[in-house]
Design a protein around this ligand. Structure first.
Ligand code: BGC
Length: 498
């Protein structure tokens, strides 16, 4: 087996090390609601989900969602109930800057996040704050969005306002959440607003601009704030773990390409100074075959490379699942041309025996996270890593008894501890998510990611602890992972453990 295929850990660490941050995560549009409260401006999600509601499968939207704009005190109370040491949330750009620009700073937006941050700190909960979790101001979306390089300048200006407003209290910043998924859902697949499907083209351009936007915010922090505020800046990347379907040379190469296209596209420019060679070469070759005069992946200039290189004090990893990867003749012609998938030239599948969540592709295979962390350690000089998302949706029918989620949480956290014991510099773990929220184009109904259930019918958006919350709470309290702990989320005799 090659070094980057599956490694099974037998270390079996169940103790949470001291100073390891355990927390939970959310994002603004998915939970806040208050979409136009107190002067908030319109984001691309507000705009499109009002104009074209059927973008979302169950025709729901984020107008109210979990109503955290009004219920943030309850959210902090939940974090306290869990004993969480940290909370990852995102700031809504248009709550702070209603039209996206610095022409007008909304004092109510500043006041809202100040209240939330103060309450977290008063309860010894560390804020890890994301500047951008996909809710682009509609003004910029209408002006080319992330295909327009000037959006990176606007992002820098927004970052400066946020650092200035909250940086005395917030010491850990994530600039951008999941550039790869964000760009692919808009440009590759056309399923997230503004639905601009341009396979094999927009995706790379969007990703390139998000890298530049990230670097811009990093430099602004570095030059203008770091000395006084002393915080850290990173970004969150989505990363599945690819396992070679066999030991054949083609399958092992496919794994390397999968990692180059999905992880390396962002990690390499930041940690090694340029795009991975295999990414550059494969896209250039495919572009030539398709009669493009230049590669669909625009190279980074020497100036851009220098600008992006070294711009992360830590990397946030959002990891949900693993998959098998292969390459053989059957892959040829499998995808539309041009497209990202066609450029990768590989096929994927999953092991049907891996426990499945409500979402087909999200299955439990915890050794994948172990391998991913070891890969990051070996490939990028052991950077500081936070698992900024990891989660497993259950169905509404599973209600409070989300046994599978509780198992997933324990298994993945154990994989993180195993990796840590073997040298990974992972310093924290944030479960996705604290409460149920709007699962983007899948809506409010189908997937329940929350440790706490939210009753979306109840106007008070009542939050109730699920079994996974009780399990997490016990892990944090005892500092150990006990797979035998079996709490009753109903607190009475009607609990049947399936
Ligand atoms: C996103 C979250 C989303 C989660 C589950 C991640 O890609 O950052 O916003 O809810 O996946 O699908």
């Amino acid at each position: 087996m090659s070094a980057i295929t599956q490694v099974n850990s037998n270390v079996g660490v169940n103790k949470i090390p001291e100073n390891f941050l355990l927390g939970a995560a959310t994002s603004a549009y998915q939970i806040e609601g208050g979409w136009n409260a107190d002067g908030k401006g319109e984001s691309v999600w507000d705009h499109y989900l009002h104009k074209q509601p059927d973008i979302v499968q169950d025709i729901t939207n984020g107008d109210i969602a979990a109503d955290s704009y009004h219920l943030y005190e309850r959210d902090v109370e939940i974090l306290k109930e869990l004993g969480a040491k940290a909370y990852r949330f995102s700031i809504s750009w248009t709550r702070i800057l209603p039209d996206g620009t610095t022409n007008f700073i909304n004092p109510h937006g500043i006041a809202y996040y100040s209240r939330l941050i103060d309450l977290l700190l008063a309860n010894n909960i560390l804020p890890l704050v994301t500047l951008y979790h996909w809710d682009l101001p509609i003004t910029f979306s209408n002006n080319g969005g992330w295909l327009n390089e000037t959006t990176t300048d606007r992002f820098g200006e927004y970052a400066r306002i946020v650092f200035n407003a909250f940086g005395d209290k917030v010491k850990n910043w994530i600039t951008v959440n999941e550039p790869s998924i964000h760009c692919s859902f808009i440009y590759e697949y056309g399923i997230h607003p503004p639905l601009k499907k341009s396979p094999g083209v927009g995706f790379y351009e969007c990703g390139r601009n998000l890298l530049l936007a990230h670097a811009k915010a990093y430099h602004i922090y570095d030059i203008e704030f770091r000395k006084i505020q002393g915080g850290k800046v990173g970004l969150s990347l989505d990363a599945e773990w690819p396992i070679a379907a066999s030991d054949s040379k083609d399958d092992l190469e496919a794994v390397k390409d999968y990692l180059a296209f999905n992880v390396g596209q962002y990690m390499d420019p930041i940690f090694k100074g340029d795009y991975p060679e295999r990414l550059v070469n494969r896209i250039a070759a495919a572009s030539r075959r398709q009669c493009y005069t230049t590669s669909r992946l625009q190279a980074l200039t020497a100036k851009e490379k220098a600008y992006i290189n070294g711009t992360a004090d830590f990397v946030g990893i959002n990891h949900y699942y693993s998959l098998y990867v292969y390459r053989n003749a059957s892959v040829r012609g499998m995808y539309e041309t041009p497209s990202f998938l066609d450029d990768t030239g590989l096929g994927t599948f999953q092991d049907p025996s891996w426990p499945q969540s409500a979402f087909t592709r999200m299955r439990e295979y915890a050794p994948g996270l172990y391998s991913l962390l070891m890969y990051l350690k070996d490939t990028y000089h052991n950077p500081v890593v936070y698992i900024t998302e990891n989660g497993f949706p259950t169905t509404p029918a599973e209600d409070l008894n989300d046994e599978k989620k509780a198992h997933y949480l324990r298994a993945y956290l154990k994989a993180v501890l195993d990796a840590k014991a073997n040298g990974s510099n992972c310093q924290g773990y944030f479960f996705w998510s604290l409460v149920d929220g709007l699962e983007w184009a899948s809506g409010l109904q189908k997937y329940r990611f929350g440790l706490y259930q939210v009753d979306f019918i109840d106007p008070s958006r009542k939050r109730t602890a699920r079994k996974s919350a009780l399990v997490y709470k016990e892990i944090i309290r005892s500092g150990t992972i006990d797979f035998g702990y079996n709490p009753n989320p109903y607190g009475d005799t009607c609990f049947i453990n399936t």
